[in-house]
Write a protein that binds this ligand. Structure first.
Ligand SMILES: [Zn+2]
Ligand SMILES: [Zn+2]
Length: 325
């Protein structure tokens, strides 16, 4: 089978690999689509021993298995199912297992991969292949973060919201917020094309680093450290600064007056509980035409070495790698 390798230094290789070894409790998944994700930039720069790709959708090929032949997305956190977090349904924060598919074991930039059967999320037939990967980071991560802070907020209607970063999670969050009933949503992103897309989806555009207005909810999806500090300043008293973006650099919090002199919540959120899958399918069904606007390219695995750098330059929002092997 074919697989993508990131040897480091922003190099990309398309290599031939033997078929994956499928262990007990696992199935072979034949990849149909894997969405590109900005977080893979780390692996692209520094290199990875595993096959990267973590927004995976394919068809189970394990004769005799109850899900054989079924279309499934891949839930990336491997989880024990028995710890306090897992028993509470918080499978993404398992206290015993920290393996993530595509990060600590082979992922989906390939024709096929072995997947623990607990990580299979069946996708109904009315969700097309080109939208199925959105159920993961774009919808799952963003919607879970919003559901997490909902008890801290008043009704969504009337809430003043700022989204920093108009990438797939930010834009996925925008659509989810609108679905929940929020109408006053501003988006800040240095990229004009992203702002235009956010505006076409109904957001107001705010200049990056604008600090005069206050917001009841700030969804920080960029990972940019200045945007995080901006969020701490512009979140209103009693409001929520929702920290979702990722960045490996140390974050220095500047305790300016607008940060110090108020009560507010700072909430970190990561990925989503497996039990959210049905809610996420329902959300995708209700907002399908809008989510479909985020998928702006579908390309064959042969074109990966051209398309991935293009994505990393910000020329695409949510491109999908296709394998029809
Ligand atoms: Zn991702
Ligand atoms: Zn667990």
């Amino acid at each position: 089978m074919r697989a993508i390798r990131f040897p480091g230094g922003q190099q990309i290789e398309l290599v031939e690999r033997p078929a994956p070894v499928v262990a007990a409790g696992e199935v072979l998944l034949r990849v149909r689509r894997t969405a590109l994700c900005g977080s893979d930039g780390k692996l692209w720069r520094h290199g990875a021993v595993q096959t990267p790709g973590h927004e995976i959708f394919g068809v189970v090929d394990r004769p005799g298995h109850p899900l054989h032949g079924r279309r499934c997305a891949v839930y990336i956190p491997v989880h024990c199912g028995e710890c306090r977090a897992c028993l509470a349904g918080q499978t993404h924060t398992c206290e015993r297992e920290s393996t993530l598919v595509g990060w600590n074991r082979d992922g989906g930039y390939a024709d096929a991969l072995a997947v623990p059967q607990q990580c299979l999320l069946p996708v109904p037939d009315d969700i097309p292949d080109d939208l199925a990967p959105l159920l993961l980071d774009t919808i799952g991560t963003a919607a879970h973060a919003l559901r997490l802070v909902q008890p801290l907020l008043r009704d969504w209607a009337g809430l003043r919201v700022l989204i920093t970063g108009a990438g797939p999670v930010g834009l996925g969050g925008l659509i989810a917020l609108q679905d929940f009933g929020a109408t006053d949503i501003s988006v800040a992103d240095p990229r004009a094309a992203r702002c235009a897309l956010a505006a076409s989806l109904g957001a107001q555009i705010l200049p990056v680093d604008e600090r005069s207005r206050r917001f009841d909810l700030v969804l920080e999806s960029s990972g940019n450290l200045a945007a995080r500090n901006q969020g701490l300043e512009v979140v209103a008293a009693q409001g929520v600064m929702l920290w979702v973006g990722e960045n490996d650099d140390p974050w220095t919090v500047v305790e300016s007056k607008p940060v110090r002199r108020k009560d507010f919540f700072l909430v970190r959120s990561f990925y989503f509980p497996k039990g959210d899958h049905d809610l996420n399918i329902a959300l995708l069904r209700r907002q399908r035409p809008r989510y479909a606007q985020l998928v702006d390219a579908v390309f064959d695995i042969d074109a990966f070495a051209v398309e991935f750098p293009r994505f990393m330059r910000g020329e695409r929002v949510k491109p999908l790698m296709r394998s029809d092997a």
